[in-house]
Design a protein around this ligand. Structure first.
Ligand SMILES: [Zn+2]
Length: 669
């Protein structure tokens, strides 16, 4: 998903880790569960607490997680289905039939075999570090970086292909910033993150110590590494800047790139990777590379090598020796996300196979867990939500005729991918053994890296998916002008062919609406119907949109967590607008269905929406999400949205003095 460009995919939520349920078939739970409702709470005062109260009390965040949502049970059930499939393949039984069943079985077996991995990981890390230690001068830095980047270890920068924002029919090689261990540049500077920085420094030190390479001077080394990372942070774009498609689209020829960053030998870098850089490249942040070149020049070789050592250790620690895996968890799982213990290893292994061979595993998953009835119903939902959005846009009073024409043209070309790809990816070039998880991971990284860079300057394959079929998530991709709903998210309790129409519209209809609006919001406005970076909004309409967005920025800035931390309304504004638009469009689509004589139950509709977001996070994960994620916390994804809809207040007969009835309502769509 990242290499398709994480910047461009506007997902529904923080990437959920494919993260225990009791059966091996899809659950048949109802979308709305009235036993979860806290009847003692007034829905007009706190609708989230009303709809999810009983769920919240009986579902604390488990020790191995940093967050728990009601829909997490989908992940749990999916994991069990996938585990069952992988165990069958391990035994050599090709059921369900799958061409890559041997590779899938091997990948799972290697991951489960900790003893073998311990030996091979130690050997492989030593070999990677040895290459770094042999670096005699900075001249040879770029080929060394090429060798690391290919393996998915990305110190200083990263190379991949993305759809060309200037020509949506082709891909473009892209050079992007990379190489910070902490989630966002602000973690390196802001006062409130001082404690995290101190703990990060200790984490680096311990990890170096555990590799056994730098036992004597680990503390001194860790300080130097942290210093260099802080310098990288200073010159990096922030999370907000990274969302800006214009700022991050900078076509450069190889010669211009060389001039921009004279201390970095790009010719040898590309040559090492057999990458043809004769065509234009996208340099995500030219200023970053200009400054990086200076930074590399002024940093002494020993410090550069210490940083590279750390990058190898950090970026492989997920599948490394047991001690390094645990240390990685202690910092990233516990400190940053508040998890208390690691998830059972088999879950990590299923997620690891999903990452390496996702479409092969997904093809098997579809055969077990996604029927034609679900596909047909999801298609109908999408069609109805789409037609409601079209009507809403046609009637918008703030959008001028010129902009509406652009919007409707874009609506016409809006593509939808539901369930699973028409054609599944093949993995012929990827060798997978049952000997070493570490080496399998590196091989997988090399495979995916080469797949990505090979696409540079090639025609765009519009059949590709950015998520694997079992993934419990969804996205809108502006460069493809399409919404994508994998089979993984079209499962109970978010979606159930046997639940009421109102419930399915309130939960999944709202999500479909959410994703669709991204095509027409401030980020969508910058891409035309084919996905070219070409603004189709008039200045006047853009200005009014901005003013309307201000209303939501103000609204969400006024919310605080239970700990008293304010939300970042600016960082999350696009997602908050999509949440509000999504529910409004789903409501319009449901009402239309209803006028055609089907059931009418608006209370069920709203409760279904709220229950699709029943969830809670550890306070550490809340902190991380507020600072680095564009999505609001679950409580506000519910209360912030319903309080803006007068229909909600009508249905629940709320009065003007109540919390869910604000004086000024915000509205965009
Ligand atoms: Zn979104």
């Amino acid at each position: 998903m990242k290499k398709i460009s994480i910047l461009l995919l506007l997902c529904l939520m923080v990437m959920s880790t494919l993260s225990c349920a009791t059966n091996l078939q899809p659950t048949s739970k109802e979308v709305v569960d009235m036993s979860l409702v806290d009847q003692s709470m007034n829905p007009c005062e706190n609708f989230f607490q009303y709809a999810c109260g009983k769920w919240l009390t009986s579902n604390p965040v488990p020790a191995d997680k940093s967050e728990l949502y009601r829909f997490t049970e989908i992940d749990e059930n999916t994991l069990l289905i996938l585990k069952n499939i992988l165990q069958t393949y391990q035994r050599g039984d090709n059921t369900p039939p799958q061409a890559e069943s041997e590779k899938l079985g091997n990948a799972y077996s290697a991951c489960l075999n900790a003893d073998k991995n311990e030996i091979s990981a130690k050997k492989a890390i030593a070999a990677l570090l040895e290459k770094i230690h042999l670096l005699q001068n900075k001249k040879n830095l770029m080929p060394l970086l090429a060798g690391l980047h290919e393996k998915g270890i990305n110190p200083f920068f990263a190379l991949y292909s993305m759809q060309n924002p200037g020509d949506a029919t082709h891909m473009i090689g892209t050079v992007d910033q990379s190489g910070m261990g902490l989630p966002e540049k602000a973690y390196y500077t802001e006062k409130e993150n001082l404690k995290i920085r101190t703990l990060y420094l200790i984490h680096i030190q311990k990890s170096l110590f555990l590799t056994g390479i730098r036992t004597n001077d680990a503390f001194e080394q860790s300080k130097k590494i942290f210093q260099l990372e802080s310098e990288i942070a200073k010159i990096s774009l922030s999370a907000i800047e990274q969302q800006d498609p214009i700022k991050t689209y900078n076509p450069f020829g190889k010669i211009a790139l060389q001039k921009l960053s004279p201390q970095m030998d790009w010719s040898i870098y590309f040559k090492t990777l057999h990458f043809d850089a004769s065509d234009t490249l996208n340099i995500v942040s030219p200023l970053y590379f200009k400054r990086l070149s200076t930074l590399i020049n002024k940093t002494n070789l020993a410090d550069l090598k210490a940083y590279l050592d750390w990058e190898v250790i950090r970026e492989t620690s997920n599948y490394s020796t047991l001690a390094l895996q645990q240390e990685h968890f202690n910092f990233f799982g516990k400190t940053l996300n508040g998890k208390k213990e690691r998830e059972p290893h088999w879950k990590t292994c299923v997620a690891s196979v999903d990452k390496s061979l996702g479409e092969a595993l997904g093809e098997a998953f579809i055969k077990v867990a996604f029927g034609q009835e679900s596909k047909d119903m999801a298609d109908t939902l999408v069609a109805n939500v789409k037609s409601s959005l079209k009507e809403i846009i046609t009637k918008l009073d703030w959008m001028d005729v010129e902009t509406k024409t652009g919007a409707l043209k874009k609506m016409q070309s809006l593509n939808q991918k539901i369930g699973f790809p028409k054609q599944f990816k093949t993995y012929n070039e990827l060798a997978v053994t049952n000997d070493s998880w570490f080496l399998n991971q590196l091989a997988s990284n090399v495979f995916h890296f080469n797949e990505s860079i090979k696409k540079a300057n090639q025609s765009v394959n519009r059949n590709e998916w950015g998520m694997t079929p079992p993934t419990d998530n969804a996205y809108y991709d502006p460069t493809m002008n399409e919404i994508v709903f994998p089979a993984g998210i079209l499962q109970a309790p978010l979606f159930n062919v046997n639940s009421s129409v109102a419930a399915n519209y309130g939960a999944t209809g709202a999500t479909i609406g959410h994703e669709m609006t991204h095509g027409f919001d401030d980020s969508g406005s910058q891409y035309d119907e084919l996905g070219n970076l070409k603004n189709w909004w008039s200045e006047k309409s853009a200005q009014i949109y901005k003013e309307k967005a201000q209303c939501l920025i103000k609204q969400y800035n006024s919310y605080t967590t239970d700990e008293g931390t304010p939300l970042n309304g600016e960082l999350s504004v696009s997602e908050n607008i999509a949440d509000l638009g999504g529910l409004k469009i789903a409501l319009a689509a449901y009402n239309k269905t209803n006028s055609q004589g089907l059931d009418s139950d608006l209370k069920t509709f709203f409760i279904a929406y709220a229950q699709s977001w029943c969830g809670q996070l550890t306070k550490e994960a809340e902190h991380t999400q507020i600072n680095s994620d564009t999505h609001s916390l679950p409580k506000f994804r519910v209360n912030g949205v319903v309080s803006n809809l007068p229909e909600f207040a009508d249905v629940f007969q709320c009065t003007e003095d109540q919390a869910m009835v604000p004086k000024n309502r915000c509205s965009v769509w």
